[in-house]
Design a protein around this ligand. Structure first.
Ligand code: FAD
Length: 516
């Protein structure tokens, strides 16, 4: 029987039960962990940073941080925790770059594994007919990109921001403007190496241990720790034509976005965002990168109207500039944006993909990066997006937003339904991301105010039966988790019982309760 934070699911754990421990239940955790024979080491002091993440409003101190040097350090630690059962009473969380929002990479009184300690020398590129990359789970995507570019190659699917780890984004999905064509990052993985919640090191792929492979992709770290991933590559373009156009009518904007993601001949990247007010750097941090023209789109005189910005790119090599310009012109001629609002610029592929980093540096220098971020990411079915936009942009957030709001459609056919990722039940759905920052302000509970706005949006979705699914989901009750997974719930529970039967891993999602 596996306890699911209060509810009970009947599962035969069979041979998954841990060995009975004869160790004194009060044995000191420090002593026990220190006794392990590792290449890396545990840290027990100055570990407060492991109780912090980008969200910056959930903080849980662990007992120790593991800085692994080898995969076997991770396996040895988890196997020890698994076998010691109640006498150690520990949970384990992998921490990538700590950009979770509600403490998901934390382990109260447990062990946090610093996955970045494993990165580095083992990044290997296979430049054959079908190129791919073998990369440690703790590697940052920015390093992946820079290394691949040396071979004229690059992964196909990205996130908007590259200072995230491979294991961290593959545990969710990894979505950006290329996903309409290539699927999320989890649709571009050939193979994984996993340390399960029993401390076993398992290689898995579509052909080998497929259930674990698909379970881990989008699996919120529940079934194992990704120590290595094999990722599909393509020839990297050298340059990017970066385009922004504006709309004042949401229906026209959405129609154009859907037309573009459904066409064979189209742009290489398609996103969009909502311009509710233009209150400077916080609302524009995603776009405050240097090229003047696309930037101007964020500052366009809106005269109080809510505007919708369509963001597009076309990849090209310098010798193909003329052809690329003709293609862009032809594609743009099919769209119905406000004619005077075409903003374009040409940048390198690296500059485009790393566009958010400059803004991060600016915000950091003003002390505006390490503040609370009550972000809300939703996937909204196409048939409900107008209803949603009318209520949310026309009423709940009519006059003010506290950060960028992204909105762009995705094709469900590019998502593999064998993975753990959860999406709405329609062929096209929209990612809507409310990227709010709670500015420090005296006498005003900004964080509370923003969380309340999020709640109003979620309540509306419930009331109006929108069929929404959360991306980077955050729930606190088992009933809500079960509703989130819907028909995938049984498979999710079954996988947990197979790969992490004691519910040791990633405890702060609060899906399952630690077992002994
Ligand atoms: P962490 O925060 O360290 O961990 C997140 C979760 O993954 C935890 O549950 C953790 O235990 C688990 N985990 C971490 N590493 C591993 C591993 N190796 N194996 C198994 N589980 C692991 N997402 C998008 O899809 N698209 C975007 O464009 C995008 N932009 C973002 C921009 C910013 C500024 C931020 C803060 C987040 C953004 N995200 C985006 C969300 C991001 O993908 C997730 O928060 C991701 O989990 C962060 O990666 P991380 O390495 O910081 O993971």
């Amino acid at each position: 029987v596996l306890l699911l934070s209060g509810i009970t699911a009947n599962i035969d754990l069979g041979s998954n039960l841990p060995l009975k421990s004869s160790v004194d239940p009060n044995q000191n955790i420090t002593f026990s962990l220190k006794a392990l024979n590792l290449n890396g080491r545990f840290i027990f002091h100055d570990i407060h940073h492991a109780a912090k993440d980008f969200g910056n409003y959930h903080h849980y101190l662990p007992s120790a941080i593991l800085r692994p040097k080898t995969v076997s350090d991770i396996a040895t630690t988890i196997k020890h925790v698994f076998q010691m059962g109640p006498s150690l009473n520990l949970t384990v969380a992998a921490r990538g770059h700590g950009h979770a929002l509600q403490g998901q990479a934390q382990a109260p009184d447990g062990v946090v594994i610093d996955m970045e300690a494993l990165k580095g020398q083992q990044l290997r590129i296979h430049n054959g007919k079908v190129p791919y990359l073998d990369v440690p789970g703790g590697e940052l995507w920015i390093n992946v990109l820079q290394e691949c570019l040396k071979y004229g190659l690059a992964p196909k699917s990205w996130t908007d921001y590259l200072y995230l780890t491979v294991g961290g984004t593959l545990s969710n999905a990894g979505i950006s403007g290329q996903a309409f064509r290539h699927g999320p990052q989890i649709s571009n993985v050939h193979q994984l190496e996993i340390v399960t919640g029993k401390g076993e090191v398992v290689t898995c792929s579509e052909k080998q241990n497929a259930d674990l492979f698909y379970g881990v992709l989008g699996g919120l770290g529940q079934f194992g720790i990704i120590t290595r991933a094999r990722i599909s590559l393509e020839k990297a373009p050298k340059m990017v034509k970066w385009i922004r156009v504006l709309y004042s009518n949401f229906s026209v904007f959405a129609k154009d976005q859907e037309l573009l993601i459904s066409s064979e001949k189209t742009f290489d990247y398609i996103e969009g965002f909502v311009i509710i007010n233009r209150t400077g750097i916080l609302n524009n941090w995603r776009s405050s990168f240097n090229p003047q023209d696309p930037l101007q789109a964020s500052y366009f005189r809106s005269d109080g109207r809510t505007l919708f910005c369509l963001e597009l790119t076309k990849n090209y090599d310098s010798e193909e500039t003329d052809i690329m310009n003709q293609e862009v012109e032809s594609l743009l001629s099919q769209l119905s944006y406000i004619p005077s609002t075409l903003f374009t610029s040409e940048v390198t592929y690296l500059e485009f993909l790393d566009r958010v980093h400059d803004s991060e540096m600016k915000l950091r220098s003003k002390g505006l990066w390490e503040i609370p971020h009550p972000w809300l990411n939703l996937l909204i079915p196409r048939t409900q997006i107008h209803n949603f936009a009318q209520e949310v942009f026309g009423s709940i957030l009519k006059d003010h937003s506290s950060g960028p709001i992204l909105i762009y459609p995705l094709n469900k056919s590019k998502w593999d339904n064998r993975t753990s990722a959860v999406t709405p039940d329609e062929n096209i759905f929209y990612l809507v991301a409310f990227l709010s920052s709670a500015l420090p302000s005296s006498g005003f509970d900004m964080l509370g105010h923003l969380l309340n706005k999020n709640k109003r949006i979620l309540d509306f979705c419930e009331r109006a039966n929108i069929g929404m699914k959360q991306y980077l989901p955050h729930y606190t009750t088992p009933k809500d988790w079960q509703a989130h997974f819907g028909s995938q719930w049984e498979t999710f529970v079954q996988r947990k019982s197979s790969y992490d039967p004691m519910a040791i891993l990633a405890p702060m999602h609060r899906i399952f309760q630690r077992q002994y």
